[in-house]
Design a protein around this ligand. Sequence first.
Ligand code: 5GP
Length: 199
Amino acid sequence: MASNMPATRDLLETPVQPTDAAVTVQGERFRRYLSAERIKKRVAEMGKTIARDYATTTPILVSVLNGAFMYTADLMRAIDTDCEIDFIKLSSYGDEKVSSGEVRELKSVDAELEGRDVLVVEDIVDTGLSMEFMKRRLAEYNPASLRVSTLLHKPTATEPDLTLDYVGFRIPDLFVIGYGLDYGQLARNLSDIYILDEG
Ligand code: 5GP
């Protein structure tokens, strides 16, 4: 073990999650915006609605890496009917807080989607470019149906024609982190969602 690693006892005594109302990541201050409790409640509601809507079929969830991994794990457990999972990875913001406007597919789905009921599971829709790209890309597989779910949506930033079937929370057009969402790859492990503090 590297000499600068803390002893196991110290690790156990360290709080797993910061409980503060604000966190600083890479020199930027973020304030707590959605608590883990609130997220849990909303994800449970979404799972119930999705289970009801797909009661007569076995949908395949297509989770968008990396940001949606935590939301996907919770959403899937909230769906109490048969469902499957696969993953897709698109190019993201990198280490920036604004979209580059360019979307590329970094990892495609492995499952056979033709004739399947596909539900995209995305963490956040900002400009909507990634979701538009994904809908077009997944439609090429000729699924029986294609719907999208996103935990967060910034409506004022999004192309108005984009249809989102299941939305967790509508939020202001500000950068958010936590619950799978990163800033320069950090902060994904926060249980709450934090929003950039402009004040
Ligand atoms: P869009 O294509 O809708 O502009 O952006 C989609 C992707 O950008 C999301 O999947 C996510 O990776 C990233 N993104 C957009 N807004 C935010 C944000 O507020 N915080 C973080 N961490 N990522 C974001």
